[in-house]
Design a binder for this molecule. Sequence first.
Ligand code: SF4
Ligand code: SF4
Length: 91
Amino acid sequence: MNINEKLSLLKYNKGNESHLSVDDDVCMRCSKKYCTYICPADVYEWNDKKCTMTIRYENCLECGACKIACEKNNISWCYPNAGFGVKFKNG
Ligand code: SF4
Ligand code: SF4
């Protein structure tokens, strides 16, 4: 079973507001961009032309890895509001 098949087993209740945010100006000066490849759900995508970060917060698994990986401490992270976010089948 690949990662996409595993992710398709999860349920999400998408809220209207993102629980994740970054400062694009800080990201612009970040050479490593760890967030774009450490996230298991592919939430972050950097657009080089526009110099903006797309955040697909509705796919977030709430693992916290991106917050730890960002060496510039540039990710504002919190859990989604009650009743929203990912729902795991077991646990
Ligand atoms: S690792 Fe942090 S500073 Fe770098 S691109 Fe990602 S959010 Fe921006
Ligand atoms: S908390 Fe986990 S799943 Fe959510 S954006 Fe960060 S790394 Fe991705």
